[in-house]
Write a protein that binds this ligand. Structure first.
Ligand code: SAM
Length: 293
């Protein structure tokens, strides 16, 4: 794991001014501790209390930055009971909100805390940072101009199929969180409900075994049918209908890149799969490129 660099540590130490009272929503790393921003560390180190999902997880983060702060458990099972007390504290001291990893409120607790804090006239600010959904979107190589976040799909088959049917006509890239053991079934349900769209399984972002596997949904469903991958997973599904139009220049560039390390037949297959262009035409083009070069 990466450590906070000396430069970062100096910057964090430099800000020793007390924080004004309020609610500070603090994003934390999703794998690589080096992704904790200096500002996030500085706020955590100065918070009166930190509302946490799991104090053991946040204690490790605090240890990394050499801070010891009081923590208040705030999770799905106690939120309604704990919230009024936290709101009262925010009026007189800085209260930070973190989740176990990533951006609080995104498939994590917190929105009611923000809602009630704002309603009570408390100053609310956010310290932005890692979020698995957005990080996966940047890795998937699928359209990013419009996207729709689904969080976790229901685990029961019928409810999952219904949830997928609800979004089938949305003209946007879809983002879903999933776990390894459920990935195969989810990909199959997505292929059944959405058709064979381009998709990506993005795993272990910012960790040693980070990977992004891109293929049509049906191929991904086959690939992961038996093999439950380890680690944390985001599934990205491209929008319905049109594949991104590929120009003749794009196709030639893709073919050339593929030909640098594979045969004409394989290169044509790869580029056809990635672009939806005709494999036979691409094969002929690949042979022409080879003969020309
Ligand atoms: N609030 C978090 C965020 O901003 O990303 C998400 C919390 S949600 C309870 C946890 C899910 O996020 C995991 O089950 C996984 O689907 C996804 N996730 C978290 N870290 C990840 C990582 N390093 N790589 C891939 N997916 C990750």
């Amino acid at each position: 794991m990466n450590r906070i660099s000396d430069d970062d540590a100096a910057e964090i130490k430099a800000s020793e001014e007390p924080l004004p009272p309020g609610l500070y929503i603090v994003a934390t790393p999703i794998g690589n501790l080096g992704d904790l921003s200096p500002r996030a560390a500085s706020v955590l180190a100065r918070a009166g209390t930190i509302a946490v999902e799991d104090s053991r997880v946040t204690a490790k983060l605090l240890q990394r930055i050499g801070a010891k702060r009081p923590m208040t458990p705030y999770h799905d099972h106690n939120a309604d009971k704990v919230r009024p007390g936290l709101i009262a504290r925010m009026a007189v001291e800085p209260v930070a909100l973190v989740s176990d990893a990533g951006t609080p409120l995104i498939s994590d607790p917190g929105y009611k805390l923000v809602r009630d804090a704002r309603a009570a006239g408390i100053a609310v600010t956010t310290i932005p940072g890692p979020c698995a959904a957005i990080a996966a979107l940047t890795l998937a190589g699928l359209p990013t101009d419009r996207f729709f976040f689904l969080g976790f799909l229901p685990s029961k088959e019928k409810a999952r199929a219904d949830a997928i049917a609800e979004v089938a006509h949305i003209k946007a890239t879809l983002i879903l969180y999933e776990s390894g053991p459920r990935l195969g079934a989810t990909l199959k349900a997505l292929a059944d409900g959405l058709g064979d769209r381009e998709a990506a399984v993005v795993r272990e972002i910012s960790k040693t075994f980070e990977e992004a596997v891109s293929a049509p949904l049906a191929d991904l469903a086959t690939r992961y049918a038996e093999l439950a991958p380890r680690g944390e997973i985001v599934v990205i599904v491209g929008p319905p209908g049109e594949r991104a139009a590929t120009t003749a220049e794009d196709a030639e560039a893709l073919l050339r890149a593929a030909l640098s390390h594979m045969s004409a037949g394989k290169a044509a297959g790869e580029v056809a799969r990635a672009t939806g262009l005709n494999r036979r035409d691409l094969y002929a083009q690949a042979l022409t490129i080879k003969a020309r070069d």
